[in-house]
Design a protein. Structure first.
Lengths: 267, 316
């Protein structure tokens, strides 16, 4: 949990810092400075275009976090209301429609469809967000519904109903705060999966386009030079691993801290 | 049982129909006319019309959908815009790479996850448990295409044991398997990590059950108890995850095929995208979705058959 928090904070901090300041301009190519080892001016060396690796990694962290965060936002924003609604109207045709729709999205191989979406509408960070976000919706809907269903049978919810509160109000006032723990843990997991998905999409050239820095893109560039400059492939990959590892550890820690009885729903 | 099977079959067919409509509609949204694109700027309107007819592009939206979906059912996947050969032929060539790769990776996944999960569950809290859990935590975090690159660097660039990519064809099965080994390892690592964790969790749950204590009390060895009683009861969550993993393996294979320049379905989709060969993209995607839905269905069926409780419930 501690390691997870530290790692996550480190990357979030680097990404936030990159909004205002980078050690070097990542759009400036300087061939005379290319493929340098670590030095005082370039702590992590430079790439094949003479760009500063540390700056590239920081800007890449910003892209990854932005894409994954908005994708989680889409999942929470649409999935949670749908799930709560399905739970509130349990057994009705609405519940049935929402859950069958969920099953259907689950049946699709997500990365295949993400590739299809970005291929049809053109590669961009925005389409990568959409492609990843759509598959977050059923995950959150399912978690929200699963968490909400047992709550509806509890006495205080019954009391609220007797008091004349509508389903919408009860869902917002009583159900949502009680499933928030579950949702936070799931959000951490989806966030780390989003980082991996963004890296995969931009690796095959379907994510953020140059000059936007992205870890997947850096790896794709490095692959063509694996014979001559293998070190270029190491840093971006390591960044992805540490970020995802940090988020996963944070998620595990949060789950244990918030409620040790909860078992992870990992899709 | 028969009724439950029928309901499942209907919902299977329904998901396939919805999936095909979604894919079809999405690809209709792509701007531009493939026939005009293929013939270039100086094409005559009547040549374009003739080509449109040949490619099955004339007619309304619904008419074209029915023609395409009906064709898929009878094994006619349409004609590739760029190669001018049936898509089915292209697929037949490529599936000889993708299907063995996915199966190879699935096999490795199980071969790695089974001993690792067993070890961690039976030595709960000990050093080997911590080791397995730490390694799997790392395995989940490693993107498989990066792991693939590292494998290429180590085994192809440094040690020169294998070539960095490409596929020699099945005429020499040994060489073909060797070429698929690194991709399969790269694909299997994250999946094996997930499966090992699931298996550990499921085994720990069953090892705490009363019937395990009974089995031990009647003198069965720890090893026999774990294998005969615990492993069988842990099979259901493991089967479910394996089914899900098949879809990840398929999707992962698309990316991994690009790392190793393997001529599989994944590369076919990417070529289709770059060459605007939409019918190839459409049909191959549908085929992948079909494979995933069919496997999910088969898994559900398998554990209904494997679990007497579910079998009885289904019979009612």
């Amino acid at each position: 949990m501690l390691i997870g928090t530290v790692l996550t904070a480190l990357f979030a901090g680097a990404a936030a810092l990159s909004l205002f300041w980078l050690p070097h301009d990542i759009a400036a190519l300087d061939i005379s400075q290319r493929s340098l080892g670590p030095s005082l001016t370039h702590p992590l060396g430079t790439d094949h275009f003479g760009r500063d690796m540390l700056s590239m990694l920081m800007a890449g962290a910003r892209t990854s976090i932005a894409v994954a965060l908005v994708a989680v936002g889409i999942g929470v924003g649409l999935g949670v209301p749908l799930g709560l609604w399905a739970a509130a109207t349990r057994g009705s045709w609405l519940d049935e429609v929402i859950m069958r729709g969920n099953d259907l999205i689950f049946a699709f191989p997500s990365l295949v469809i993400a590739i299809l979406i970005t291929a049809v509408f053109g590669p961009s960070a925005l389409n990568a967000i959409l492609a990843i976000g759509i598959f977050n919706i059923p995950v959150f809907a399912r978690v929200a519904r699963g968490g909400a269903l047992p709550l509806w049978t509890l006495d205080y919810v019954m009391a609220a109903r007797v008091a004349g509160k509508g389903r919408l109000l009860i869902s917002a006032q009583h159900i949502l705060p009680n499933v928030a723990n579950l949702l936070i843990v799931q959000a951490t997991i989806q966030f780390s999966l989003g980082i991996l998905a963004e890296a995969a999409l931009s690796y095959v050239g379907l994510g953020a386009q140059p000059p936007t820095a992205s870890w997947g893109r850096m790896l794709a560039d490095a692959q063509t030079m694996i014979y001559t400059e293998p070190q270029l492939a190491v840093l971006p990959g390591l960044a992805i691993v540490l970020m995802v590892l940090g988020l996963n550890l944070l998620g595990d820690g949060l789950r244990d801290a918030l409620d040790p009885r909860l078992r992870r729903v990992r899709m | 049982m028969a009724r439950a099977l029928l309901t499942r079959l209907i919902s299977l067919a329904l998901s396939l129909v919805v999936a095909s409509v979604v894919i079809f509609v999405m690809l209709q949204a792509v701007p531009g006319d493939p026939a005009a694109f293929m013939l270039g700027l100086n094409a005559q309107p009547d040549t374009i019309a003739a080509l449109r007819a040949e490619l099955g592009l004339q007619g309304g939206f619904v008419q074209r959908y029915i023609a395409w979906a009906g064709g898929m059912l009878t094994g006619d996947f349409g004609t590739s815009y760029t190669y001018r050969v049936p898509v089915a032929d292209l697929v037949a060539d490529r599936i000889g790479v993708s299907a063995p790769l996915a199966l190879y990776a699935l096999l490795l996944t199980v071969l790695i996850a089974l001993p690792a999960g067993l070890l961690a569950a039976t030595r709960r809290g000990q050093a080997s448990d911590w080791g397995v859990m730490g390694a799997t935590q790392l395995g989940i975090a490693v993107p498989n295409f990066w792991f693939a690159m590292l494998l290429v660097f180590l085994f192809a660039v440094k040690l020169r044991w294998v070539s960095a990519g490409g596929f020699p064809g099945w005429s020499d099965p040994g060489a073909a398997l060797l070429a698929l080994t690194l991709p399969a390892v790269a694909l299997a690592l994250p999946q094996a990590s997930i499966l090992a964790r699931v298996l550990r969790g499921a085994l720990i749950d069953t090892l705490d059950q009363d019937y395990i204590r009974t089995a031990r009390a009647k003198g069965l060895s720890r090893r026999a108890t774990t294998i005969r009683h615990a492993l069988r009861n842990a099979a259901i969550p493991v089967l479910t995850i394996l089914g899900l993993q098949f879809s990840f393996l398929l999707a992962g294979a698309i990316i991994i095929e690009n790392v190793f320049f393997l001529p599989g379905l994944g590369r076919l989709i990417f070529q289709g995208i770059t060459q605007r060969d939409l019918i190839v993209v459409q049909s191959v995607t549908m085929l992948l979705v079909f494979a995933v839905i069919a496997v999910t269905f088969a898994v559900e069926l398998a554990y209904t058959l494997a679990d007497p409780r579910l079998r009885r419930r289904a019979a009612r």
